[in-house]
Design a binder for this molecule. Structure first.
Ligand SMILES: CC(C)(COP(=O)(O)OP(=O)(O)OC[C@H]1O[C@@H](n2cnc3c(N)ncnc32)[C@H](O)[C@@H]1OP(=O)(O)O)[C@@H](O)C(=O)NCCC(=O)NCCS
Length: 224
């Protein structure tokens, strides 16, 4: 059964509700995937590229024409994605890492025809939320025109997002940047290699870069 399902990745499913789907790439042992998927609606697509590992991941589709695309060689633990409405996209690039858990997942919600774009090699901690919508309407008091449309979110490649961060609609973060723990981020930061932190998040440091490994700065002060 598991083998049969795997043969059909990328999955193109419609009118299917799967509450607990366990996938294992036993053929090459590179993917161990435990996720829950809810798919209602029509023309919803879940595309998981090769050598990606998923654990504690939930994907919910509520509407039509929605897409989740997850790149190659990602390691995703504790990712909850919800697409509500029509034609939303969550795109996750290659080599993305999410270090969350079942109890403190990272949440990505795209609503009302919006997109969340995560570039290659981004790194997420736990308890992070990305929302393209406010979920309720704010109206101009005189004209009753809605003034808070949903907007896309885009993180370019190699953005490291610290724990408990909230990323709101319209956020754009340029490449190689760091978002400090507990930040509330909105708006656009077009300069690369910066540290953004706080509530609201602002640029705190410029001209930095980051790496996964811990380097002892006392013994290796001149690491390139
Ligand atoms: C963002 C971070 C990496 C920056 O570390 P750093 O380069 O050593 O930065 P500093 O401690 O020198 O702080 C620089 C400035 O930013 C402020 N700042 C740093 N992190 C902040 C945060 N999370 N919220 C608000 N302000 C913050 C500091 O108060 C300081 O302000 P000042 O210049 O006015 O004194 C670190 O503060 C952080 O948030 N770490 C958590 C990372 C994480 O979540 N890891 C989980 C595993 S992925």
């Amino acid at each position: 059964m598991k083998q049969k399902i795997l043969k059909h990745i990328p999955l193109k499913l419609k009118h299917i509700i799967v509450w607990s789907l366990n996938l294992f790439f036993s053929r090459n042992n590179l993917l161990s995937c435990i996720f829950k998927t809810y798919m209602g609606g029509d023309k919803n697509t879940l595309h998981i590229k090769s050598m990606t590992r998923l654990k504690n991941c939930h994907f919910r589709f509520k509407g039509n024409g929605n897409q989740i695309i997850i790149g190659k060689r990602c390691k995703l633990n504790g990712l909850h994605i919800m697409l509500e409405g029509n034609n939303n996209i969550v795109y996750i690039g290659n080599n993305v890492i999410i270090n969350a858990s079942q109890s403190k997942p990272t949440i990505m919600n795209a609503v009302e025809g919006t997109s969340i774009y995560i570039g290659d090699e981004c790194l997420f901690s736990n308890n992070i939320e990305l929302h393209t919508s406010d979920y309720h309407s704010i109206l101009d008091n005189n004209t009753s025109v809605r003034i808070n449309p949903s907007k896309n979110i885009q993180l370019e490649e190699r953005v490291w997002v610290g724990l408990r961060t909230i990323i709101l609609k319209g956020t754009y973060i340029a490449s190689n940047s760091i978002i400090g723990a507990g930040s509330i981020v909105s708006g656009q930061v077009k300069e690369s290699n910066v540290i953004i932190a706080g509530c609201p998040a602002i640029v705190r440091k410029k001209n930095v870069k980051w790496m996964l490994q811990k380097i002892n700065s006392l013994t290796q002060p001149n690491v390139k």
